[in-house]
Design a protein around this ligand. Sequence first.
Ligand code: ADP
Ligand code: MG
Length: 261
Amino acid sequence: MIDQSSQPVLDVSNVSVRFGSLMACSDISLSVRAGEVLGIVGESGSGKSTLLRCIGGYSRPDSGSVRVLSREGGAVDLWRADEVARMQLRQAELSLVHQNPRDGLLMHISAGGNIVEPLMAGGERHYEKLLSTAEDWLAKVELPTGRLKSVPAEFSGGMQKRLQIARSLVTRPRLLLMDEPTGGLDVSVQARLLDLLRQLVRELKIAAIVVTHDLAVARVLAQRLVVMKDGEVVETGLTDQILEDPQHPYTQLLVGAALRI
Ligand code: ADP
Ligand code: MG
């Protein structure tokens, strides 16, 4: 359930990113509340990943603010905080599931090691506890516990995505950020992964942002949508509303194309 009463978990205000003469993100504002999944949709090149990297603390916007609710209760401006505070927020509150597994996994460390590494970085050293946490999370993301010692390079794309999700959620972040979570996967694998994500978000009661070019993915996961085109937000609203009655010509085009598939 979306908690309307409390402070937003994330408040993005007037974020702009420029690459040379290209405005990859232009004056973007959005917010996400506890229990809510927000979809950011748009065609390839519309600036979705750039925006998500700013939100996740990976690249600094040229202007604007990204305010994140910290465990202590107050909102912290990610890009005005110092490097250490930003790293801590990144570890504890915001987890990014990268589009490319190689950006989100330690490819030469075991699956179990990948899952518990964020806990170890936070100071946890109790071996038995780490082992049982790794086993629990392997089961939660429906990977065979027998694969605890395998390295991610031996996993399929779908399994690597599951492993990234376990690694992202192990610290119980308040906000999960996912970049094209089903990208590059077979259709049957996509459907199972979407089921799993929906279930985890509900069970853990966290907020999430899902970035996708695929409206079908957004429809399954997100209650609310932000539609981006050429670095700008062209439409926002409830997912059902946008899919039934898109207002902007670009959104009408996206919805029309999704319905034809
Ligand atoms: P999306 O995720 O929606 O496909 P991106 O955020 O990856 O879009 O890219 C938005 C635009 O910014 C594209 O035109 C892309 O080529 C450009 N872009 C992204 N990253 C860089 C970069 N590091 N340097 C220069 N241009 C970039
Ligand atoms: Mg992208």
